[in-house]
Design a protein. Sequence first.
Length: 246
Amino acid sequence: MTTILETKKLTKSYGNNHVLKGIDSKIDKGEVIVVIGPSGSGKSTYLRCLNSLETPTSGEIEFEGQIVNQLAEVQLDKIREKMGMVFQSFNLFANYSVLQNLNLAPMNVQGMSEAAATEQSKALLAQVGLADKADAQPASLSGGQQQRVAIARALAMHPDVMLFDEPTSALDPEMVGEVLNVIKDLAQTGMTMVIVTHEMGFAKNVADQVWFMDQGQLLEKGTPEQIFDHPQEERTKDFLSKILVS
């Protein structure tokens, strides 16, 4: 397997608050990693360090052979283009139509023509089940639809890795499935993904590896079967016992 993204002794502190405490991790091309753990364990900060939204306090992040946290801002922008990020809140531009939201980055950043961008955007909207929403305003869409637009927008840049930070946590329960199904379909295309989520059933079905984080440390890694059925760490067992209904 080709390693696409790796961290070595990754730490992140805000003053005396040590959010990440020496994270060693390795993500292979085509792998789906699901990161679980209690709130405040550092999961979102880990993702934000991966795509340089946060600067690590120490340690290394290596992406496609480059040490990311040693690069200048101009080079970091190139790295960010290759990492799609989907947040809890959809972060769509409210004054643009759905189509314009998707066209923006390919045209402005990659120099794509409007015609080519529009063709690509329409194909992506069809892929996420929103072919009929190209001209809609984001405010007219449900939360689940807005999140699917956000996923399509990230895909418009042809990223090598997709990062999802609790993509369903802001959604009403009945909308969660439609977003998870899009991510599941994406997993089947061979997209490399790192997904922070509280949806354990989804983690069981989709992940190649499940990672358990707590208090800024990556405490346990394994297949879904290993983590959910045979966890080794007491802290993992305790966490799962509170959230899994047998």
